[in-house]
Each structure stands twice: as structure tokens, then as C-alpha cells.
Design a protein around this ligand. Structure first.
Ligand code: HMG
Length: 389
């Protein structure tokens, strides 16, 4: 058993440069805008253009945070996604080439809905614990949440990637052990191979999320004897902010007014970015972490509780401790600036962009770059192979 400090040393983010205001969507769908803003708790939604996919988003999230030295030191590259571009080949191999990462590395892709990145993070922890010579692991969460035009899930779409460098003596968040986890085969949300949009039993999926939260929080308390008062903030997987809020209310139902208010205020800070991006599936919990890190003043050694949920379903509750200097390391990507610089689409433009899917019959395609802030673009498909620049 290792007592070394291992955790998140750097965190980067990229979201595509187009968005839809959900008040416009509400008007087009003849829904009261307050249903989306308050009932769902979302203001905007990122829209994926044709020149971005999970590989380019992952590369765009990771490139700005990695030095040349770190690229040479990474010996494990974990690509977490439920929007993978290939049934066989891992997204991490494209990432390795695009970022110029060391080839003396294990590079693979993992999937379990929105839980994938947490599995990757815990695997990174185990890898560094088991291999004293290993120095750095890259975990990237990249996804596109697509439910379809005029579906109940439409308001909860989004796209984006979070990149996390996991190291010893990390400068952002030390990961604590033990964590509590629970898995059960549940049909709440899924995407069959033939469909590029997800299927969800909406209300049932929210019930599973809250049920899994209850199970793993109780198990975590049994394992650690920790209480709500031990935490400065609680972070949640955020498919839409209202569900995270329900999770918070469930956890704090018996807490004092002071504790409820303190955790609620931190929750609101931790969901500023999620409200504007939408669901990015497996990266959503970590976008919430980034939102907290960039918008709150946190004392050294502050303890955070994190609830990860992936439909299907797996839940995990774990904790981490804030490290001094976290602001500098978490601020490497200016998320607010990236969000402010996105281009707003009309509902009609969003529907057109949504319909621009890639050919499935092997035909050749050239794609003009439309994302000026992105370093990496999907430029087309030739001989069944995606082309990146
Ligand atoms: P819906 O049928 O549109 O919503 O589906 P609703 O009618 O239940 O209304 C939603 C809320 O708005 C309700 O509040 C209404 O009262 C309120 P609640 O009862 O929840 O507290 N409302 C209003 N509030 C203010 N002013 C108004 C107003 N009107 C109504 N005028 C649903 C909503 C989220 C189910 C749908 O969007 C959906 O199916 N989304 C996709 C599935 C999903 O996100 N599930 C979340 C749990 S599963 C998960 O987190 C995993 C996931 O990320 C995938 C993965 O793991 O990979 C999804």
C-alpha cells in the first residue's frame, strides 16, 4: 500500500466554438424558457461542428497544458469516451501522434458511459502506485451528447473534452483512498452501435442517478467514517445542473442550514461552466471541478467530495484534497474566455449543423476548418480513415 500523494497535476478543457442559447430553443419548441433555465438548470449548449470530433476535442484540451518534457514522460494514455470513432482502434493512439507523446507508453480507450473518466483516473492512480518508475499519466475525457432534434433530451446535449495530467505530488488535487463504488446492469440510457443519438428513459435515469448516489455515499461513509461537515464542496456528474442540485439536496437533507447554504453556494460556483456547455458525458464531473477551481477561493487541504455516475450503470464516490498553487495549474485554460468567444447559432443554424453527420458508406469527404481557436481539426475522410491536422 502506497502513501504517496497522487492526483491531478494539470487540467485542460476544450469545447467547440458554437453554441445555442436555450431561451431560443425553448421558443422554437414552444416551451416556457424557465423550464430549461430553472427546471433543467441550463442556459446554453455547445454545438459540435463538422471539423471537430472526440479526437480533435481531446487533443485541443490536452495540447495547451502539456510541456515537451511531460509529453516525453507520460507512459499511460487513457482515452475515456462513449462517442468513440472506431470499434477497434483507440482514440488515444491518434492523440499520441497528434500531441507527440512518448511511444514507450500504454495507450488505450475505455468506456462506461459518463463513468469512463473516473475509471481512467482511478486506473492512473493504481498505475502510479504499482510502477515507481512511472511519472505521468494522461487521462482524457471526450464526448458528444446527442439525443436528437425535438427529443426530451435535446435540451441536455453538449460537447467537450477535459484532459487531466495525473502525477505524484500533484499541484491541484490529491486523490484520497478509499473510494466507494457500485455497479448494476440497468437500462436507463444507452446508444446501440447503429445509432448516433442516445436513447434514454429520462425520469427513470434520474432515479437511478439518485439511487446510486445514495448507495455509494452511504458506503463511503461506512468505509471512511467521514461526514458532510468534512467537505468544503460536493461535486457531481452534471448531465444538467438541476439533477446535480437534486443530488446535493438528497445528501444534505438532514444537515444544518449553515452546511446546506455553504455547500449550495459551492455547488453553484461548480456549475457555472456546465450551465453554458451542457452535458459532455464523461468529462462533466471534471468540468464541474474546473468551474469550482477557477471561480472559488479554496484553502489549502480543502476536501472535495466527488460523485461520478455512468448510466448502465456505475456510481463512485471519492474525495480529493486541494493543493496550494492549484489556481495557477487549473488556470492554464481560460474557460470563461473560450466560452465567451464561441459563436452563437440560431435554432435553424443549430439544426443544420446537427444534421451534418459524417458519411457511413465509405465515401471521401473534405471538411473546411470552421473552428479558429482549435489547434487540431478533422479535415476529412479518405479510404475509410479520418484525416486530422
Ligand atoms: P422532461 O420530460 O422534459 O422534463 O425531461 P420534465 O417535464 O420532467 O421537467 C423537468 C423539470 O422542469 C421538472 O422539475 C419540472 O417541474 C420543471 P423536477 O420535477 O425535475 O424538479 N419545469 C419547470 N420549472 C420552471 N418553470 C417551468 C417549468 N416547466 C417544467 N415553466 C429529462 C427531462 C432530463 C428527463 C430529459 O431532458 C432527458 O431525458 N434527458 C436525457 C437523460 C438524462 O440526462 N438523464 C440524467 C440521468 S442519467 C445520467 O446522468 C447519465 C448521462 O449523463 C449519460 C451517461 O452516463 O453517459 C445522461
Amino acid at each position: 500500500m502506497s502513501f504517496e500523494k497522487i492526483g491531478i497535476d494539470k487540467i485542460g478543457f476544450y469545447t467547440p466554438e458554437f453554441y445555442l442559447d436555450l431561451a431560443d430553443l425553448a421558443q422554437a419548441r414552444q416551451v416556457d424558457p424557465n423550464k430549461f433555465k430553472i427546471g433543467i438548470g441550463q442556459d446554453q449548449q455547445t454545438i459540435l461542428p463538422a471539423d471537430q470530433d472526440v479526437v480533435t476535442m481531446a487533443a485541443n484540451a490536452a495540447a495547451p497544458i502539456l510541456t515537451a518534457e511531460e509529453r516525453a514522460q507520460i507512459d499511460l494514455v487513457i482515452f475515456a469516451s462513449e462517442s468513440g470513432i472506431d470499434q477497434s482502434k483507440a482514440g488515444s493512439l491518434y492523440l499520441q501522434r497528434l500531441l507527440g507523446l512518448s511511444q514507450a507508453a500504454r495507450a488505450f480507450e475505455i468506456k462506461e458511459a459518463c463513468y469512463g473518466a473516473t475509471a481512467g483516473l482511478q486506473m492512473a492512480y493504481d498505475h502510479l502506485t504499482a510502477h515507481p518508475d512511472s511519472q505521468k499519466v494522461l487521462v482524457v475525457a471526450s464526448d458528444v451528447a446527442r439525443y436528437g432534434i425535438e427529443t426530451a433530451g435535446e435540451v441536455t446535449q453538449g460537447a467537450g473534452a477535459v484532459a487531466m495530467l495525473v502525477t505524484r505530488a500533484p499541484r491541484i488535487l490529491v486523490l484520497n483512498q478509499p473510494s466507494a463504488y457500485f455497479s448494476e446492469e440497468v437500462m436507463d440510457f444507452w446508444r446501440p452501435n447503429y445509432s448516433d443519438t442516445a436513447f434514454a428513459k429520462g425520469k427513470f435515469s434520474t432515479e437511478q442517478y439518485l439511487r446510486f448516489l445514495e448507495i455509494v455515499w452511504r458506503e463511503y461513509q461506512t468505509k471512511t467514517q467521514e461526514q458532510l461537515t468534512d467537505f468544503t464542496a460536493l461535486l457531481f456528474h452534471i448531465p444538467y445542473t438541476k439533477l446535480g442540485l437534486k443530488g446535493l439536496r438528497q445528501m444534505t437533507a438532514d444537515a444544518s442550514e449553515d452546511v446546506q447554504q455553504r455547500l449550495l453556494q459551492k455547488f453553484e460556483t461548480a456549475t457555472i461552466y456546465n450551465r453554458r456547455v451542457g452535458n459532455i458525458y464523461t468529462g462533466s464531473l471534471y468540468l464541474s471541478l474546473l468551474s469550482l477551481l477557477q471561480n472559488a477561493q479554496l484553502a489549502d487541504s480543502t476536501k472535495l467530495g466527488l460523485f461520478s455516475y455512468g448510466s448502465g450503470a456505475v456510481g463512485e464516490f471519492f474525495s480529493g484534497e486541494i493543493q496550494s498553487g492549484y489556481q495557477q495549474m487549473a488556470g492554464l485554460t481560460n474557460v470563461a474566455d473560450l466560452l465567451d468567444r464561441r459563436q452563437q447559432l440560431t435554432v435553424k443554424e443549430y439544426e443544420q449543423m446537427f444534421a451534418q453527420t459524417l458519411p457511413t458508406d465509405g465515401s471521401t469527404l473534405e471538411i473546411a476548418p470552421v473552428s479558429p481557436l482549435a489547434e487540431f481539426h478533422l479535415t476529412g475522410i479518405t479510404a475509410h480513415q479520418r484525416q486530422y491536422r
